[in-house]
Design a protein. Structure first.
Length: 754
């Protein structure tokens, strides 16, 4: 058991306590992946558990792949027999095996977001509705939210409360769109991502024999990143573990940041209610970051009321203080980032890949990109257009999908006239409508086209049908690569791209060749048992953002939203745009629950850093086409000032903190929102000191111990200690009602009382 010798005591507990329910609360950088992988290895190697009886659920294929490799290093090739993967990939596997129970064929198509939006767009058009009101994004989010709460279209359309909500939002046809969307997907033998969870719940609810089979197969159930699970995911997991009770969940409530995707933090906060015999193990030692970074993160997350208490600590060195930078504008902020990267690389021999720039919204990348480009520093935007989202790739993939599933409406729409074969949009609509109105498969319409479409268009459709039939022969007898290569050549796609001699055309042609290379590599991978094109299509359909590979160059500065950064780490991290209404977002100020999620997002950003961390804000920023004045984020003030130092080499002037605080870290606007909120669970924040009528911040350059001061929110107090070392002037003040506070004088608004 040499592999266990490297574990600390709580990690060891998390590995060897395998019987009964367990919750492993893992602080940032505490080695949770090691615990989860060694726990599985321990079950197999020391307890003799068959890998086919172990289910491990993750949120990315990359995480599952890395865990499997680690387990394989301990137990050998038997690790390949584990049921391990993302929720969606594991449940898709179960659904394919049991598809007939739900009326689907086993080769159902998995629609991606673009397919879903395209279908919604078509439905909105068919209904003659305003596409500016019923935007595909908005409609899809509404449908997705319903499915993740396990609300079927039948329940949705039959519940007057949902209708009332839609009437209020001036979208009264939402229920009818939801119903039609589901029926069209079913007719196309397609499921979207949410259906993979929704239909698994339906399968287990309506077919107890199927549920019983998997309950007895999976004797040990493990869930990674448990704080990110939604209602649907948790219900499936709980059902699967109901017989054995051997369920282990690993997560950190402080890193629950995906409520907008349906993640329910209550799953982890209330887990003990469902499993009263729960054993709770806390991983509190951080192996990633310096003491300054860990302590700063702790000082922030302590402000949240809804949390599982833990004390994260580290044995790493103290490290540098967090550098706080203020800039006149977002462009100046970009120049600071580029300059700091350049200097750090020169002084400390860092690579570009040691740096990450994190921001709240994607639009903030523009100024950073421009500055890095001018400085000649290579960068990559994480979460940009992935390889499989490029048009030419989606075109060939649609041909492959339709060959497998000839009822796939979205794939059909994409390829029926690509390359052009004289089948117009009107003809396409007639065929799709005919299939829907006659309640027959789309393929039946195509193979009997003379009954539905006259003239030359019908002849073109017959030629298309003949082409697809020839492709089907390849699917039945050839592997994925031979099939894809044949279809790419004989569909006319490759020739059309090859004939385009522009630089863009050449790039598109090379991209398709790269796809064929990827399929060949898939076929030649020994671990892949099913080498069919259907198997490859499922693999691609279930890719997550973190599974997209780069283009071969790995030495670049990473630019990404904080949401995308969870689970990653970098030696140097810049958190930019730390301004009110940007971070925290203006949309997250209507309730304490929303604000606490934003604070958890800030905590995640801080804990990505290993060695050096920068906070940055601008005094003005272009947003929504206008130049806006900005105020520093309340989150800066929530960090204990002893862990921050102001960077004076950049930036132009001191910030003006013009807002009047009514509570620590709570702006007056936020307090007003709370008071007027209709959310019953939100309580009015406590009343704080009301500043004197003549209150005006004093020049604190001559502030000294013993002086009496007034603070706009803490009231009156006396200076007990001054710290004037370096650029950061701090004062310890004992307030009459709030006790001792350490204030960074750059930010604190103090009136010296005569």
């Amino acid at each position: 058991m040499d592999y266990l010798s490297s574990l600390n005591e709580p990690q060891y507990e998390g590995v060897v306590n395998t019987d009964g329910p367990a919750m492993i609360i893992a602080g940032a950088g505490s080695g949770k992946t090691r615990v989860l992988t060694y726990r599985i290895a321990y079950l197999m190697k020391e307890r003799g558990v068959d890998p086919f009886n172990i289910l491990a659920l993750t949120f990315t294929n990359k995480a599952a792949r890395e865990m499997r490799e680690r387990i394989e290093a301990v137990v050998g090739n038997d690790a390949r027999n584990l049921w391990m993967g993302t929720f969606h990939s594991v449940f898709a596997r179960i659904l394919r095996a049991e598809a007939d129970r739900l009326g689907y064929p086993s080769n159902f198509t998995i629609y991606d977001t673009d397919d879903s939006k395209s279908l919604i767009k078509a439905i909105v058009k068919d209904f003659g509705l305003d596409d500016k009101v019923y935007k595909p994004n908005v409609v899809l989010n509404r449908i997705s939210g319903a499915k993740n709460r396990l609300v079927s279209w039948q329940e949705y359309t039959g519940n007057p409360l949902y209708q009332a909500d839609d009437d209020t939002s001036q979208k009264p046809e939402m229920g009818r769109i939801y119903k039609t969307y589901c029926l069209r997907c079913f007719k196309a033998n397609a499921m979207d991502f949410d259906d993979l969870l929704f239909n698994t719940n339906v399968l287990f609810r309506d077919h107890t024999d199927v549920l019983n089979k998997y309950q007895h197969r999976f004797k040990y159930v493990m869930v990674d990143e448990f704080q990110d699970t939604n209602v649907s995911q948790y219900l499936i997991t709980k059902k699967l573990a109901a017989v054995s009770q051997n369920i282990a969940v690993v997560g950190d409530d402080a890193q629950s940041i995906y409520a907008f995707r349906g993640a329910n933090i209550e799953n982890i906060l209330n887990f003990e209610k469902d499993f009263p015999d729960l054993k709770v193990i806390k991983l509190e030692q951080n192996y990633r970051s310096t003491q300054n970074i860990v302590n700063a993160a702790n000082s922030v997350i302590d402000k949240n009321k809804g949390q599982l208490k833990k004390t994260v600590w580290t044995a790493n060195g103290e490290g540098s203080q967090i550098e706080l930078i203020k800039s006149v504008s977002d462009n100046e902020e970009g120049r600071f980032v580029a300059s700091a990267v350049f200097e750090r690389k020169a002084q400390d021999s860092y690579s570009n890949s040691d740096f990450a720039v994190l921001y709240r919204t994607n639009s903030q990348s523009r100024a950073i990109e421009e500055a890095l480009r001018k400085a000649g520093i290579p960068y990559k935007i994480y979460g940009g257009l992935s390889f499989y989202q490029r048009k030419e790739i989606k075109d060939l993939m649609a041909y492959l999908r339709f060959t497998i599933n000839t009822d796939d409406e979205q794939a059909f729409r994409r390829i029926v006239n690509l390359p052009k074969r004289g089948i117009g949009v009107t003809s396409v609509e007639k065929m799709v409508v005919a299939a829907f109105e006659h309640d027959i498969p789309l393929w039946e319409v195509l193979t009997n086209i003379e009954h539905f479409l006259p003239g030359r268009a019908a002849n073109a459709v017959r030629d298309f049908v003949t082409l697809i039939k020839s492709f089907k022969i390849y699917v039945e007898s050839k592997d994925a690569y031979e099939t894809a290569n044949h279809i790419a050549k004989n569909s006319g796609l490759l020739k059309e791209l090859y004939d385009d001699k522009t630089i863009e055309g050449l790039n598109r042609y090379e991209n398709v060749q790269e796809l064929l290379n990827a399929i060949k590599e898939y076929v030649e991978t020994p671990e892949v048992e099913d080498k069919s094109i259907g198997s490859f299509l499922q693999e691609v359909a279930l890719l997550t953002d973190q599974d997209n590979d780069n283009d071969g160059n790995t030495d670049f500065v990473t630019l990404m939203t904080i949401h995308s950064a969870k689970g990653l780490e970098f030696k140097n991290v810049f958190i930019v745009g730390l301004e009110e209404d940007l971070f925290p977002s203006q949309m997250m100020l209507s309730s304490r629950a929303d604000l606490e999620e934003e604070r958890r997002l800030f905590y995640v950003a801080i804990t990505r850093a290993k060695e050096n961390l920068y906070f940055s804000y601008a005094l003005s920023r272009y947003r929504f086409g206008r130049l806006l004045n900005c105020e520093p984020s309340r989150f800066i003030e929530e960090v204990d000032p002893s862990y921050i130092r102001v960077n004076t080499r950049y930036g132009s002037r001191e910030p003006k903190l013009s807002r009047s605080f009514e509570a620590p870290g709570v702006s007056s606007r936020y307090a007003r929102n709370l008071v007027h909120s209709k959310l019953k669970e939100v309580k009015k924040p406590p009343s704080y000191h009301k500043p004197s009528a003549d209150f005006a911040p004093s020049d604190t350059s001559k502030l000294a111990e013993g002086m009496k001061v007034e603070h706009p929110k803490f009231g009156f107090g006396k200076v007990s200690k001054m710290d004037t070392q370096g650029a950061n002037r701090k004062a310890k003040v004992i307030f009459e009602d709030f006790g001792e506070k350490t204030l960074l004088l750059t930010f604190a608004k103090l009136r010296i009382v005569d």
